[in-house]
Design a protein around this ligand. Structure first.
Ligand SMILES: *[C@@H]1O[C@H](CO)[C@@H](O)[C@H](O)[C@H]1NC(C)=O
Ligand SMILES: *[C@@H]1O[C@H](CO)[C@@H](O)[C@H](O)[C@H]1NC(C)=O
Length: 175
């Protein structure tokens, strides 16, 4: 009898623990180059470490120096297909890296800077890497609504879109 009670209590505790957990993880990653003589993706892959932890590994080879980067980023949220949600930002990547002058972009940057080789000023050339990047709730200043999201990023070098990286992720709020 006491054993059964203990198991019930344990179950309740576990249920409480798991229902209170926030889930914030990537579900898909798509990398596309529109000009392979400039940008070539090697790895562009998610790897599940555990049920709620998924890592992104990405290699992008830049065959020519990139001295001028324009980044077009748009966050979409799923509701009968993906619809634009809240943020759409276009910025000069070389300027951002020099001055860190936008709070919003810094937020995304802070999520992944320590996993990448791109923490230096322009130009970029050769192999660019992201290793074992994963999303961490504690890095978010405020929770976002539960849902499926898509972060679309177009990489514009010399005024033409040369590549795109699209990351799908899911966020489940604390219940
Ligand atoms: C593709 O990349 C090459 C190498 O950097 C560049 O010379 C060329 O202008 C690019 N093509 C387009 C359409 O941007
Ligand atoms: C990124 O570079 C800046 C400036 O060089 C440096 O202060 C900072 O510690 C670097 N951050 C990481 C995570 O390497």
């Amino acid at each position: 009898m006491r054993g059964v009670l203990a198991i019930c209590l344990l179950q309740l505790l576990l249920q409480h623990y798991f229902s209170g957990a926030t889930i914030f993880k990537m579900t898909n990653a798509v990398c596309e180059s529109y000009n392979k003589s400039w940008v070539e993706f090697g790895v562009c892959r998610l790897r599940a470490i555990s049920r709620n932890k998924v890592c992104l590994n990405l290699d992008a080879m830049l065959h020519h120096p990139v001295t001028n980067v324009f980044v077009k980023a748009q966050l979409m949220k799923r509701a009968n297909g993906y619809k634009p949600w809240l943020y759409k930002v276009n910025f000069d990547g070389c300027q951002f890296i020099r001055r860190r002058n936008s709070a919003l972009i810094r937020l995304v940057w802070d999520l992944f800077k320590e996993f990448s080789t791109i923490n230096h000023t322009c130009p970029y050339v050769g192999m660019q890497r992201i290793r074992d990047f994963h999303l961490r709730t504690e890095k978010l200043p405020t929770p976002i609504p539960t849902g499926d999201y898509l972060l679309l990023i177009d990489w514009i070098f010399n005024k033409k879109t040369q590549a795109a990286t699209n990351i799908y992720f899911t966020f489940v709020e604390d219940l």
